[in-house]
Design a protein around this ligand. Structure first.
Ligand code: GDP
Ligand code: MG
Length: 163
């Protein structure tokens, strides 16, 4: 069984877009509206010559009677249970949200390696403005643009090193 890299993050941060890029062919459906994707769950992908099982936890179809916030915490729990490395994706354009903070709080209480990827850093000149918010958590952090591909190879390399 290949090691598992789980992508976690609140809706609309770009999990499916990143998943598709890492899987190198379209496998998940992205959508502009939060919370409506019904995505493919996993793919076997090569990260810097390491074969891994990549999981998009956003595609998990939970019953969420207690609301979005609860759903996201459950998503993090499941990811933590099965992942060898957690890829916590956040949205640099939107900045840090309360849900991001809650998830970070949970992810901090694990021994598993966590990498934060700050997505939607589409142009190099904006890196500092878009990533500043997220330094406070203290996780390893990388700026990426899942849509354009910037930083994605570096991210893959960083994840592979943690396996
Ligand atoms: P998910 O809900 O986390 O799976 O997010 P999606 O992958 O469905 O993306 C949500 C929205 O963000 C879509 O409109 C994407 O086109 C957009 N998006 C994803 N990655 C990027 C990026 O790197 N830059 C920008 N500007 N938009 C992005
Ligand atoms: Mg999605």
């Amino acid at each position: 069984m290949p090691p598992i890299v789980a992508i976690v993050g609140r809706p609309n941060v770009g999990k499916s877009t990143l998943f598709n890029r890492l899987a190198k062919r379209p496998k998940a459906i992205t959508h502009d509206r939060p919370g409506v994707t019904r995505d493919r769950l996993e793919a076997t992908v090569e990260l810097d010559d390491r074969i891994v099982t990549l999981i998009d936890t956003g595609g998990m179809d939970f019953d969420a009677p207690e609301g979005l916030e609860r759903q996201i915490v459950v998503q993090a729990e499941i990811a933590l249970n099965m992942a060898d490395v957690v890829l916590f994706l956040v949205d640099g354009k939107a900045g840090r949200t309360a849900l991001d903070d809650e998830m970070a709080e949970r992810l901090r209480r694990t021994d598993k390696p966590v990498v934060v990827a700050v997505n939607k850093v589409d142009g190099a000149e904006k890196i500092n403005a878009l990533t500043n918010d997220f330094h406070a958590w203290g996780f390893a952090m990388m700026p990426i643009s899942a849509a354009h591909g910037h930083g994605v190879n570096d991210l893959a390399g960083a994840l592979a090193e943690l396996l």
